[in-house]
Design a protein around this ligand. Structure first.
Ligand SMILES: Cc1ncc(COP(=O)(O)O)c(C=O)c1O
Length: 388
């Protein structure tokens, strides 16, 4: 058997290794407090389940879907964007349903990237931007996100020879893994930058509904003219606790959406129709659950940040996402600190270095566990003498 060279470019997916380690320790009887993967522990709202049950009773649910998605789903996305962001989207050619936004993000590269094309990728970042670039034969050029630049990339510092070869610019706010947010002025800057440099601006908005303390994230499509240069990826995964359902959407520039749909029609034939119909219920049904869940995450965030600060950290509370990006003590690396937490305290966090070179010096906590477990984690850290 001879595998492709392409396969050798990619390391095992970050969480596969972490899950293996967790399983090993659990077999030894360790009670793991798992701040690892960003998978909400709260349930999918009952109305969405009920809709799914009803849809499954109908015969048509099992037929091939269309690769762009059911028109009714695309219309529901259009209405949701109008209501939430006051952005107009034509369901005919400005919206494509996805089998989760990860699928769409990963396929986008095959529609836009030829060997040696450059992709502007934030560092640290959700790993798919880099891996997708490599799988398509492209070259990532990393844009450092640091505490000094408030985790916002400095577009003015990208060399001209890189820009000439660049085709895509990725942004992700609210941000995984840093929890950082960006204002509309930064989105405006990105749109103008994409116009000037003939780039497709790719906005990953997976966390737009997870804002705290009254903060409401923006869509890049709110910027006038954005639709000329931008595609935005969104998902029902985090908003409605539907990570396993696999339903998301790509919206914005019609040419980019159509290009993505062309790749999809040749590879996956679209998302299960029943899930799209349940997705309509999620987007159009009662929305109170979103604010209710955010209150839960906000409470957990407060407990974690206050707890860490009581151990000597000096952290501000992130305004969005369920991630807390924690600087490691001076004498530690991301990996050594994550290992120490696991071995001394049974606490699982993700080493920041797994998200890129500039993730070194941090670990990521996902607050997808109940408050009492977070309190217990802080207690264990204190007992083990762990300090900032
Ligand atoms: C930044 C970001 N984008 C996209 C995704 C993918 O989400 P999904 O494929 O479930 O829509 C994730 C998942 O964790 C994420 O963190």
């Amino acid at each position: 058997m001879r595998q492709s060279k392409r396969l050798q470019l990619i390391p095992p997916y970050l969480f596969v290794k972490i899950e293996e380690k967790k399983e090993q320790l659990q077999k030894q009887g360790v009670d793991i407090i798992d701040f690892g993967i960003g998978d909400p522990d709260l349930p999918t709202p009952a109305n969405i389940y009920q809709k799914m049950h009803a849809v499954l009773e109908s015969a048509e649910a099992g037929n091939y879907p269309t690769s762009k998605g059911e028109f009714a789903f695309r219309k529901a996305v259009s209405k949701w964007y109008k209501k939430r962001f006051n952005v107009e989207l034509n369901p005919r050619d400005e919206i494509c349903a996805l089998i989760g936004s990860k699928e769409g993000l990963a396929h986008l590269f095959f529609a836009f990237i030829d060997p040696r094309d450059v992709v502007l990728v934030p560092d640290p970042a959700y790993p798919v931007y880099k891996i997708g670039t490599l799988l398509a034969g492209g070259e990532p050029y990393f844009l450092p996100l640091t505490a000094e630049n408030k985790f916002i990339p400095d577009l003015d510092n990208i060399p001209a020879n890189i820009l000439k070869k660049a085709k895509l610019l990725f942004i992700n706010y609210p941000n995984n893994p840093t929890g950082a947010v960006a204002d509309l002025a930064f989105f405006e800057k990105c749109v103008r930058f994409a116009e000037q440099n003939n780039l497709l601006l790719v906005s990953d908005l997976a966390y737009s509904e997870m804002g705290y303390d009254g903060y409401k994230p923006h869509s890049v499509l709110e910027v006038p003219g954005a639709k000329e240069v931008a595609i935005e990826f969104h998902s029902l995964s985090k908003t409605y606790n539907m990570t396993g359902w696999r339903i998301g959407m790509a919206v914005g520039n019609a040419e980019a959406v159509t290009a993505l749909a062309t790749i999809k029609s040749n590879l996956d034939s679209g998302a299960f129709k029943a899930i799209q119909l349940a997705g309509i219920e999620a987007l159009s049904g009662p929305q109170e659950v979103v604010a209710k869940n955010n209150k839960v995450f906000e409470g957990r965030r407060d407990v974690l940040i206050d707890g860490l600060n009581s151990l000597g950290w000096q952290m501000e509370k992130p305004k969005a996402t369920f991630y807390v990006w924690v600087p490691v003590p001076k004498e530690e690396t991301s990996a050594s600190f994550a290992e120490k937490l696991l071995e001394k305290c049974g606490i699982l966090v993700v080493p920041g270095s797994g998200y890129g070179t500039y993730g070194e010096g941090y670990v990521r906590f996902a607050i997808t566990i109940p408050k009492d477990r977070i309190i217990e984690a802080i207690r264990r850290m204190k007992e083990a003498g762990i300090k900032a």
